[in-house]
Unconditional design. Structure first.
Length: 217
């Protein structure tokens, strides 16, 4: 690093201390970087980016215990956020990009790739290398509610009671969901929703939806 150049100030928020500390050691060993803050929760991540002197780059895990780190995106202004996750789904890349993240890096990458990503976003570039194919189906928030309850093992009658609609309405929702997703059974629908993280993707808004869209847990 040339004399007089400012260090890239980095914060890392991950709920696995050993992993977080390992990343901190790697980045802190770079001549052009300084690890200024560590955290393990969504509240700590918010405090870091809302500080009077926030970091240049925040490396943010998707899963922070029972919390979803992706909900932080869009609430910061001065810090470039790299979403760092073991869940390398195209959905997460899509959410991160649309929500204002500067990059997405899978935890399976080599160390040098993470280092290069930090330097890139600190310089104002975006880091999204994964192809944006195989995206999840576009479902309304009510349809996502139905999928979530199917994944929880509820019957159509139980889903109707939980959502305050008739069983016939639930059946109509499921018919449209099967058509859009290509799923052929409730079991396939539930397993794909969980495996492919559909419930973490913002829902398509519909005039019939009665509740605001939320991220899945």
């Amino acid at each position: 690093m040339a004399s007089g150049e400012r260090l890239i100030r980095v914060a890392i928020v991950d709920d696995h201390p050993a992993f977080r500390d390992g990343v901190a050691a790697v980045l802190g060993g770079q001549s052009d970087m300084e690890v200024m803050a560590l955290g393990g929760s969504l509240a700590e991540a918010r405090a870091i980016v809302d500080a009077d002197d926030p970091p240049d780059v925040l490396i943010l895990d998707v899963r922070l215990g029972e919390e979803n780190g992706l909900t932080l995106l869009g609430s910061h202004s001065q810090t470039a956020v790299i979403v760092f996750s073991a869940f390398d789904y195209p959905q997460y890349h899509q959410i991160a990009l649309r929500s204002g993240a500067a990059g997405f890096v899978a935890k399976s990458v080599e160390t040098r790739e993470l280092i290069e990503a930090v330097r890139a976003v600190a310089a104002g570039r975006l880091v999204f290398d994964r192809r944006q194919d195989a995206l999840p189906p576009e479902l309304t928030s009510r349809e996502l509610d139905v999928v979530r309850l199917v994944a929880d093992g509820l019957t159509n009658d139980e889903i109707g009671a939980a959502l305050g609609v008739t069983t016939r309405t639930v059946e109509a929702h499921l018919g449209r969901i099967f058509e859009r997703t290509g799923a052929h059974s409730r079991t396939e629908l539930a397993s794909r929703a969980i495996r492919e993280a559909w419930l973490d993707v913002p829902a398509r808004r519909s005039a019939s939806d009665s509740r605001p869209t939320t991220f899945g847990a």
